[in-house]
Design a protein around this ligand. Sequence first.
Ligand SMILES: Cc1cc2nc3c(=O)[nH]c(=O)nc-3n(C[C@H](O)[C@H](O)[C@H](O)COP(=O)(O)O)c2cc1C
Length: 175
Amino acid sequence: MSDTLKTLKSLRQSRQFDGRPIPTEDLQTILEVARWTGSARNRQPWHLIVVQDKQLLAELGAIRDLNIWMSNAGCAIAIAMPVPAPLGADYDEGRLSERVMLAASALGISSGTAWFVDDEQVEKARTLLNLPEDLSVTSLVVLGYAEIASGFVGHGGRKPLTEIVSYEVFGQPDA
Ligand SMILES: Cc1cc2nc3c(=O)[nH]c(=O)nc-3n(C[C@H](O)[C@H](O)[C@H](O)COP(=O)(O)O)c2cc1C
């Protein structure tokens, strides 16, 4: 299997970081990859906010109990999206997020998604990040060096292909 395929297949959510910062050169490489993400009508609707300040990382992580692990990350990239969201914005955001994670993985950097799930959390993030009214952050890609190698941190496996794929029509297995 090629290195690219290994990277694609092994990407997992990391939540345990050792606190080391991301080198500037690697961060620029990741942002450059992110810049080339495709988007609906090539709108490129995002604005990326790189958060490296440990205090701010901790405050963003504290918005939602599930995300307190953020405090030990090297940095986080908050994906600010337009309000109101244009058609396809969620899809665009997901593509960018995944690309950032894959670029990081190719550089030996682990990553995780941190998501806000309600208006109150989104408003807290808006205040912390000093966002203008026409932008909103629902997710961040958190980057760092994992204490446990990416690919072994998550406890989730995956459904087998037989459960998630049909051929020709729904419900028909491969011949
Ligand atoms: C849209 C989305 C939102 C997520 N939000 C969070 C989150 O807020 N906090 C968190 O710890 N993990 C979050 N995750 C990570 C998922 O829990 C993770 O991808 C899933 O459990 C699979 O884990 P694995 O890749 O380690 O196997 C999110 C993932 C996605 C795709």
